[in-house]
Write a protein of this length. Structure first.
Length: 135
């Protein structure tokens, strides 16, 4: 056991990825599930306020934005088809409605996607989450 490993890490070497992903989607700490992962809207806290887990190691970069665009694009695509087939609204009405929906969905999903990416990185011990980098 190296001095950077905690007792919990050596006792439970496997971190459940599914649980970490769900906690990230809830914007909670991937370790304890109690503390908020964000200090501000998209600023990941350096440590969990509940358990003290270090979270500053994350490297989310553009991943959450790409995932948000992917999800929002699919939802908007379905809504476009549904609105046109069922209601045939005026083009301006459709454009305004879909634009507002896309913005609201993007703002709601972006922190959740970032939390999910941080959760995956934590569970897989990526970017320093499992101690010093190897290699």
């Amino acid at each position: 056991m190296t001095h950077t490993q905690t007792h919990a890490e050596t006792h439970d070497a496997e971190r459940p990825t599914g649980q970490a992903v769900l906690r990230g989607l809830q914007c909670r700490c991937p370790h304890c599930g109690k503390g908020h992962i964000f200090a501000r809207y998209l600023k990941v806290a350096d440590t969990c306020p509940a358990c003290g887990e270090e979270l500053f190691h994350h490297r989310a970069d553009d991943g959450p934005a790409y995932l948000t665009i992917l999800v929002v694009g699919h939802i908007i695509g379905f809504v476009i088809h549904f609105m046109w087939v069922q209601f045939r609204p005026e083009p301006l009405t459709m454009a305004i409605t879909l634009s507002v929906l896309a913005v609201v969905l993007s703002l709601a999903l972006l922190p959740r996607m970032k939390g999910m990416v941080v959760g995956i990185q934590w569970a897989r011990r990526m970017h320093g989450f499992g101690g010093p980098e190897r290699g």
